[in-house]
Ligand binder design. Structure first.
Ligand code: EPS
Length: 362
């Protein structure tokens, strides 16, 4: 299976299956001299992990990172960093029924059609478990971006089913299990999720991620656009069916006079563009949103076929998320950070001298 690597200068390769012995990644191209310890992975891995509230999958993984290479005396050496997390809470019997049939709406079907073989346990390689390593790799990227450029990447749940935030407070986001920016609505979300779980169904969600402090100039025309790479990165997250940059699809109904971000001597007056023009960062916050589909592994019977070519009804039991979007905020942040890290290095390689040899607008 190819295409398990991501990025040009900051390259992340992930490996492993949900029910295999371990998952891991190799980060190649990390600048030397960055202080990093295994403990620093804890916070973001916990934010993404299952079993942190009753509203997500109850699989309990410790998600302890082992740094196998690329770090000497607490600092990156510039050589490949290998990170490993051992799987400890697989319950493969949950997947006995799925081995010979296909969950409607799940990658079970396309993996089988493509490879003629698949590891059905936990969805194998198509499991959301793989996103653990993206979040781990992004801990390194986030730290370098913050130290070197003052970049801060953070996200929030911007819609859960048909519920939208009634207010906005960044501080509220980390105080509830949904990454929801309006604290007053949390009891309502809890109630809706409890009812949904009882019904055996699932629901979609929208996550927005914002990167502040990105300087102007990151991104490359025309096939290496920052927004193009962001769209691909965000779309590569399990269950993502749509990506928007800035106003995204709302731009369809806007006028030019409304959508353009006017400039004055102190900066831009708005940010409909989501911080990117012509594929290159403007110096404003980079803003992207994703649409996540409702989880396909649900208790409501769905019509499908089995390997013998017979019609079957599929009911998926086990420890599944009734809304994968609830855990997607740290994953979307991770993909944003990985793209920005790669583009920061790419910009430095080609245009590191611009501003020295040619003037920039102050
Ligand atoms: C997942 C199903 C569940 C989740 C898993 C993603 O796994 P299992 O069926 O093995 O209990 O817990 O997510 C993780 C383990 C994780 O770390 O994100 C799926 O079908 O994608």
């Amino acid at each position: 299976m190819s295409s398990n690597s991501f990025g040009k200068l900051f390259t992340v390769t992930t490996f492993g299956e949900s029910h295999g012995p371990a998952i891991g990644c190799v980060i190649d191209g990390c600048p030397p001299g960055l202080a990093i310890s295994e403990e620093e992975f804890r916070q973001d891995l916990d934010r993404r992990a299952t079993g942190k509230s009753r509203h997500t999958s109850q699989r309990r993984e410790a998600d302890e990172v082992e740094i196998l290479s690329g770090v000497y005396e607490g600092k990156t050496t510039g050589t490949p960093m290998a990170l490993l997390i051992r799987n400890t809470d697989q319950r493969s019997k949950d997947y006995g029924d799925i081995a010979s049939t296909f969950r409607p709406g799940h990658a079970d079907y396309t993996y089988w059609q493509k490879y003629g073989i698949r590891d059905p346990r936990g969805g194998g390689r198509s499991s959301a478990r793989e996103t653990t390593m993206r979040v781990a790799a992004a801990v390194v990227a986030k730290k370098w971006l913050a130290e070197r450029h003052g970049v801060r990447v953070r996200g929030y749940l911007a819609q859960l089913g048909d519920m939208a935030p009634a207010g906005f407070d960044w501080d509220a986001v980390e105080r509830n299990p949904f990454f929801w920016p309006c604290e007053g609505q949390v009891p309502e979300l809890e109630k809706a999720m409890d009812a949904l779980r009882k019904s055996g169904d699932s629901v979609g969600a929208r996550v927005t991620v914002v990167a502040e402090g990105v300087p102007p100039g990151w991104g490359e025309p025309v096939y290496g656009k920052l927004d193009g790479d962001l769209a691909a990165a965000l779309m590569s997250i399990n269950a993502v069916k749509g990506v928007e940059i800035g106003d995204g699809f709302a731009a369809v109904a806007q006028r030019g006079s409304e959508h353009r971000d006017e400039m004055h001597l102190d900066g831009f007056t708005s940010n409909h563009a989501g911080g990117i023009l012509g594929g290159i960062s403007t110096g404003q916050a980079v803003v992207a949103s994703i649409a996540l589909k409702p989880t396909s592994s649900i208790l409501i019977p769905g019509r499908s076929i089995n390997l013998a070519g017979e019609p079957v009804d599929v009911v998926t039991k086990g420890r599944h998320d009734p809304c994968v979007g609830i855990r997607a905020t740290p994953i979307a942040e991770a993909m944003m950070a990985l793209v920005l890290m790669d583009h920061a290095l790419r910009h430095r390689a080609q245009c590191g001298d611009v501003g020295v040899v040619a003037p920039r607008i102050p």
